[in-house]
Design a binder for this molecule. Structure first.
Ligand code: FDP
Length: 306
């Protein structure tokens, strides 16, 4: 079967979206090439008080400047910035985690970039309003996972054509694989709430395999490929977990729902949260619909008074 290029998939249908996604894809190839060259600390601190690695700063500058100067993007919010940046004109609003999993850099494990695309929307925005969402995975090969209105496609970056690196897709992901076989849960085990522990025990009893590498896109991609459950859950000292609604949870939840899975806060859909701020966090449970629903029902039953 011959794969299709980004241009063949969206080029004719939505010209400006194609230009935007091609630009983001091109920038992701620059990030991937820069990763081995940029080891070390910049000494900066991001809005959440976390130490920024040099490549975080570099990637953020790259995406921000190029996207805001493209004429396509009017607003851009990034995990590495405190305020929404604006350009004079543009059809799209972008939410961005320029380098997800950056603490994996030194150990040479997976890293990625997460992007959500809105049309004509002020930020922060509800995930339900996303027009497209994607992540890039800087792994053994450079992968793009892209959710559009009609579903999710995975692409591999395969050599250079006349218009730069070619991203080739092998088709639509219609359904997360069944039966689910893998799971990953973030956060310290001792900080998991009783219901999270109980659910993890039940997954282990079903002989599902633990896959946890410490980068959201890397760990989530296991679920997309093999079927399963991934969470960065509520913690006893952090009821909202770790992930940022705008930059991490919403785009990957959009991808999950477009792949026929479920994306939950533990009580309802992540995509329906009305955001209160750019920096808001949310407990995040993603993957196989039946498993996520099962977790939600446990959540409800455990919330009831005895
Ligand atoms: P990182 O801090 O390395 O950028 O939310 C960011 C993130 O990585 C996710 O990619 C990853 O899933 C999570 O944090 C890892 O957190 P823990 O170290 O608490 O497991």
């Amino acid at each position: 079967m011959k794969g299709k290029t980004l241009k063949e998939i969206i080029g004719t249908e939505e010209r400006s979206l194609y230009r935007l996604i091609s630009l983001i894809a091109k920038l992701s190839t620059q990030v991937r090439e820069m990763i081995p060259k940029e080891l070390g600390f910049a000494g900066g601190i991001n809005p959440y008080g976390e130490k920024q690695l040099q490549i975080d700063v570099w990637s953020n500058d790259l995406f921000t400047k190029k996207l805001l100067r493209s004429g396509l993007v009017k607003r851009l919010a990034s995990e590495e910035m405190e305020e929404v940046a604006e350009a004079k004109a543009g059809e799209y609003s972008i939410v961005l985690d320029p380098l997800d999993g950056s603490s994996n850099l030194k150990s040479n494990n997976l890293l990625g970039t997460i992007v959500g695309v809105y049309r004509e929307k002020p930020l922060p925005a509800r995930g339900r309003g996303l027009h497209a969402a994607m992540y890039f995975l800087y792994g053994p090969y450079h992968q793009l996972v892209l959710a559009l209105h009609d579903g999710v496609r995975t692409f591999a970056a395969l050599g250079r054509g006349s218009e730069g690196t070619r991203f080739i897709s092998d088709g639509l992901v219609r359904q997360l694989p069944k039966p689910p076989t893998v799971y990953g849960i973030g956060g310290l085990r001792e900080k998991w709430t009783p219901r999270v522990r109980e659910f993890v025990e039940s997954l282990e009893k079903r002989k599902m395999s633990l896959r946890y590498g410490g980068s959201f896109v890397g760990d989530y991609n296991q679920v997309l490929t093999k079927g399963g459950f991934f969470a960065y859950p509520e913690l006893t000292d952090a009821p909202d977990g770790k992930y940022r609604l705008q930059f991490e949870s919403n785009p990957v939840s959009f991808i999950t729902e477009k792949a026929g899975g479920r994306a939950s806060t533990g009580t309802g859909s992540i995509l329906d949260i009305e955001p209160s701020s750019i920096v808001q966090r949310v407990p995040t449970y993603l993957g196989d619909s039946d498993l996520v629903q099962e977790f939600e029902s446990l959540y409800h039953s455990k919330s009831q008074p005895a």
